[in-house]
Design a protein around this ligand. Sequence first.
Ligand code: MTE
Ligand code: MO
Length: 588
Amino acid sequence: MTEDATNGPPVAEGSSSLRSRLSHGDEIVDPVTWAGGIPTAKGITPRVRLGRQRWFVLLWLLPIGFGLLIVAVAAAKGLRHTEAVQDFITRNPGTVVPAGARRSAGFPIWAGVQHFFNLFLMIFIIRSGIQILSDHPRLYWTRHSTPGRDWFRFQKPVPADPLWTAKDDSVGLPPHVGLPGIRHSIGLARWWHLGIDTLWLANGLVFYVLVFATGHWRRLVPTSWAVIPNSVSVMIQYLSLDWPLDNGWVAYNSLQLVAYFITVFLAAPLAMITGLGMSPALSTRFKSVSKFMSIQVARSLHFLVFVWFLVFIVVHVTFVFTTGLLRNLNHIYAFRDDSSWVGFIVFAATMVVVIVGWLAASPFTMRHPRVVQRVGYALIGGAEKLFEHVDATPGEYTEHDISPYFWHNGEYPVSEEYKALAAGGFAEYRLRIGGLVSHPRKLSLDELRALPHHEQITQHFCIQGWSGVAKWGGVSMASVMDLVEPLPEARWVVFYSLGDGPEHGLYYDAHPIEQMRYHLTMLAYDMNDEPLSYGHGAPLRLRNEVQLGFKQVKWVAGIEFVSQFSDLGGGFGGYNEDHEFFGYRQSI
Ligand SMILES: Nc1nc2c(c(=O)[nH]1)N[C@H]1C(S)=C(S)[C@@H](COP(=O)(O)O)O[C@H]1N2
Ligand SMILES: [Mo]
């Protein structure tokens, strides 16, 4: 710090003194100071792009859908008067009762319990999912997140401002729609989403096992082609408003069976697969899959799976209510086949739990974000850790894959110190490397450029959901490690920025030392064959391709090798971890 007093750039400062410039985060989410006082911003009505630049506002689907429904009802009513259709319905009444179905008639208690868990967990998954989407309220079909090339958005077109960031682009949600609602709360929303996902998937796995172990699978898996004409028959019967008489106690009607089959055996696994398709670690490692299912394809499909679930829930609940509510509720909430009120009472009691959970989730998250962060990590941290062990080799992308537009993100450095360095063309810049190393070093840009040159074309995955491919030129972290020789006690490598985070205190992030020798971990001073720009991190930034974007510290001031990070800043492993409740392992 002595150097600061003489007004020169603090080049003599060692890497460990950078830690004194870190800050703690808050223990609550205060909407006023949140994310550096980010102002509230609302999205616009969701719309889908048709052609090059015509946007269809999805609200129109309501009158259009209603109109189509009326036409369909009229058509079905007309059809039912024809002899051919009447014959068809007599031959295909709507339900195919498979052999053995009568033996496994009725609903076991585990099915009721699992049905409730599923419903309860889905609430948080869906709400936090919409929250995550709101942090980058656009969807694309290619790995380039090029403005104007989105196919879906609920945000205005990207403004011309060349330093517009993805954070500027995020929008908030009402607190009882999103989870937790407040703008740019993706860190917390992700704990809910991924944490609850593990419970939801475990519940689903147990359900698969039980359903196949007990013969109840016959209710959900079509066993004959007859379900197809029977589905058509059910569709005509419903649309003509002359509904079939079903007995769901023994077997579902064919349309129901197909809808349940798709939901349980296709949509649910697809939700998991497309979810994992957004992981930087897995995408970078499993190239044959990510070639087709890039993060953006995965994200778009993940959204469409959500749309399926939403439609399913609306239709399912509508039919439960309109096709004999008491009897239907008795089946799944009281395991009996009559029209008593028992099932309704149990259902109503569980709805109280649902409503309380629904209303409490966002306020709880705002008041106890550290609890959400810790519990979330307990649930999904193990998987994050597992996926970190996937080193990948360069060469996945070529020059052709380089994105025409690469979003900016984060808080730009504005300090006098940075301005002075930049004004001098970074001639005075020194990268300070220290901590648990045998040979602490201060390296000028020329010295860095003299080290073995490393180049890679890789994809950046921002936690908010956008991605972009760029060519990075610089020094492999392996070369840096060879130079400074970390001591055996060093387990984490901390990258300090020259710039503050949005709430003051230096931006920093800790990485597991193991990943420093990965093929794709480097310090970049060039981007797409040009010196790194101000916005993208001049003069030096980190690339560690198994991690999400926020861990790629820009404007790197120093590197410190440490045995643990609990005594740095707020102790959670990085600026966003301290201030915005992110996780320090971000392979998913
Ligand atoms: N010092 C610093 N580094 C940072 C950030 C920041 O705010 N400060 N933002 C991070 C985030 S969230 C992302 S996605 C990437 C964005 O890099 P880009 O602007 O080059 O796209 O930088 C990361 N590195
Ligand atoms: Mo990011």
